[in-house]
Design a protein around this ligand. Sequence first.
Ligand SMILES: Nc1ncnc2c1ncn2[C@@H]1O[C@H](COP(=O)(O)OP(=O)(O)OP(=O)(O)O)[C@@H](O)[C@H]1O
Ligand SMILES: [Mg+2]
Length: 465
Amino acid sequence: MVRHNRLFWKIFFWFWLSMVSVMVSLTFALSVLVDPADILPERRALFRELETVGRVLERLPGDRFEALDTLTSWHASRGFRNTLYVFDGAGRPLGVREPPGSLRDFFRETRDATEYRMAVRDGQVLLGPYRLEREGAEYLAYLVKSKPTHMLHKLWRLISHEPSVFLVLLAVSGALCFILTAYLVAPIRELRAAVRRINEGQLDTAVSAAVVSRRDEIGQLGQDFNRMAGRLNRLVSAQQRLLRDVSHELRSPLTRMSIALGLARRKGAGGAEGEHERIEQEISRLDGLIGQILQWSRLNDGGAGAGAGTLELSGLLAQLVDDADFEARAAGKRVRLTQSETCRIDAAEPVLASALENIVRNGIRHAPAAGEVEVRQRVAGSRAVIEVRDCGPGVPEEHLASIFEPFFRIPEPSVSAPAPNGSGLGLAIAKRAVEMCGGTVRAENAAPGLRVVVMLPLSAKASAP
Ligand SMILES: Nc1ncnc2c1ncn2[C@@H]1O[C@H](COP(=O)(O)OP(=O)(O)OP(=O)(O)O)[C@@H](O)[C@H]1O
Ligand SMILES: [Mg+2]
């Protein structure tokens, strides 16, 4: 148990130890270094009071001064809250009130002093002596204040005189440290449990809102953890889906090949031309598919080198459209670059070129017979916008976002049935490549046809040659 809670006890004991040692050293320093009399805030007021009282005493009519029994009540009636004591030259107190023992000691220490002294003894503030002369005799007046008011001083007295108070402080600080430690360690424990769950394969794990909503580093750690777990979960499920789809995609041509092979065997060496052709077709289809899968996985590894170097976009497009147009002519269609503005963007040329090629090829494939694919490029703000539009059947609205998912093809009955040889990876590869260049891609129906819009951030080094 203790082993598992090591961090808790470490934090707890260190906090507590430092709290206790601060308390002890503060008390010690106070008792050794600070004379309580020096830190009393009422110091000045007491001095003034003694002066005033002393002067009044000097001028008091003789008989009243002799009747010092009433001195104390006289002093009190003047609105002074402290007690006045007067000693005669021989050290005898005047009046009926007995001076406390501490004042007697203080009197002995200070009877020859030439200026005022102040001391704190037995919880009382002692001040004096004020020397006054009456009819040739010398008297010494002292003031005693019963309770010093300074907080620090009270604390010091409490700690140094009452060990039980120290024990209470110890317990209170211990409780505070316990709460603080629990506050710090609880979320760490929760994070640890979450890490363990992920380790056990529960990828949909997240830490609770109580941790995430904290406004401190632990809260930030919780948020980062949830983001990481979410991404991990998405990545792993995407990989699993991809693996399933890839296996499925690879199996179909293989099945067709083995059927063709069986037929060819039965026909013998002579009459199997058709089957051989079929097998050759399927092999090249498999080859293409594997090539695309490799390209897709390279892009997802982030190792495709996107963002390496800058390129001039209109030049790239001109070359690309030229090649695509050459291909399209074979099917009686055209690809045209209708507008293009010079601009530079940060991207690796092969990655971006193949992404755009995939989009343009789709256009050619889906354009009607003798139709045209229009490629337009302009600069809008800090972005380059490339639009590829064909006049084909377009894509049903509900599939507009899905066509960018790997292996997605429009279901059969639709007007824009998939190309017989399409793998459904083309747009997924294009989207990933564009995103790696910091851009976005979306598709919209342009009635007629489909418009694919690619936006890419302009290079920060746009003016460079
Ligand atoms: N211009 C378009 N017009 C109509 N439908 C389109 C267009 N472009 C794509 N699609 C639809 O989106 C699906 C996904 O396109 P994608 O390019 O990813 O795959 P593909 O063209 O079938 O195969 P590949 O590009 O890998 O050879 C296509 O199967 C097609 O149904
Ligand atoms: Mg395609």
